[in-house]
Design a binder for this molecule. Structure first.
Ligand code: TMP
Ligand code: ASP
Length: 254
């Protein structure tokens, strides 16, 4: 039985009403999807890992003054977050050519881009999240010119922080996707980072071997997705993740 009111269910998370007004509880599911749900599997323990990795990243961003929706982790799969009005955009930051930009512009995967590039997609599953320009965003009223400026400034700061954080543990941040929301506090509105940052929403390559440590392992049917996510967590120093292993029998404790 679930006592809480369910506000929204997405592909990887469920949002419940929070304990206080203006808060929500985000529950990380084990569902792995790609190509807008055309490929869908349950990967036991993924939600637990993404909850912990996203907590680690958002806490560090909060600590350096980048405002996020994250308040605190509640348990293995849930975190308390600030309620905000999601801006219907997926903001992609790219440092290295991979995925759709490699295909679209005929770039070889792994090519360093001349500078970090920001792209916007309209968040709409039925349309497969089409790429849009600032013209579309302002003409259709998805965000104002000022909000676009705020989002880009936020995205660049996050990219700088994440590049350094991952580099320090031998990981190249190829690209990532973020979502932003409007957070209202009294009369003021601020654009803050929402959703999650995890190996589901980033491309992370081992610096030496170029091994993929992200959701491309699932998209490209490479196998070893959970192990890759575990590797990211352990390199970041996130320990004691109990991914609810399924009775492998007694383990000798030395
Ligand atoms: P792309 O190369 O497929 O456009 O993806 C760019 C980045 O955005 C990559 O890190 C994966 C992430 N991403 C999402 O988080 N959600 C999505 O729906 C898509 C298409 C990409
Ligand atoms: N997030 C999208 C999906 O779940 C696409 C992707 O990540 O590749 O289908």
């Amino acid at each position: 039985m679930n006592r809480r009111r369910r506000i929204y269910e997405g592909k990887a998370k469920i949002l419940y009403e929070g304990p206080e007004p203006g808060t929500l509880v985000a529950h990380f599911k084990d569902d792995a999807t790609a190509f807008n749900n055309k490929k869908h599997e349950i990967v036991d323990g993924k939600g637990v890992l993404n909850n912990r990795i996203s907590e680690y990243i958002f806490e560090n961003l909060n600590a350096i003054g980048i405002q996020t929706h994250f308040i605190k982790r509640l348990n293995m799969r849930e975190q308390l977050i600030k309620e905000c009005e999601i801006i219907p955009l997926e903001i992609i930051v790219r440092n290295v050519a991979a995925g759709s930009i490699a295909k679209r512009l005929g770039l070889e995967e792994g090519t360093q881009l001349p500078r970090s590039v920001i792209e916007f997609c309209y968040k709409n599953d039925a349309l497969d999240d089409p790429m849009v320009s600032e013209e579309h965003i302002t003409a259709f009223g998805w965000a104002s010119p000022q909000e676009i400026d705020d989002i880009m400034a936020l995205a660049i700061r996050i990219n700088d922080f994440l590049c350094g954080m991952f580099r320090a543990v031998g990981i190249r941040l190829v690209d990532f996707k973020i979502e932003c929301g409007r957070h209202f506090e009294g009369d003021t509105m601020r654009v803050i980072l929402a959703d999650e940052i995890s190996p589901d929403s980033c491309r992370l390559w081992d610096i030496d071997s170029n091994d993929k440590l992200d959701k491309d392992r699932f998209r490209q049917e490479m196998g070893g997705m959970l192990e890759a996510y575990q590797e990211v967590a352990s390199r970041l120093g996130i320990h004691n993740i109990n991914t609810e292993h399924k009775g492998t029998g007694p383990v000798l404790v030395k």
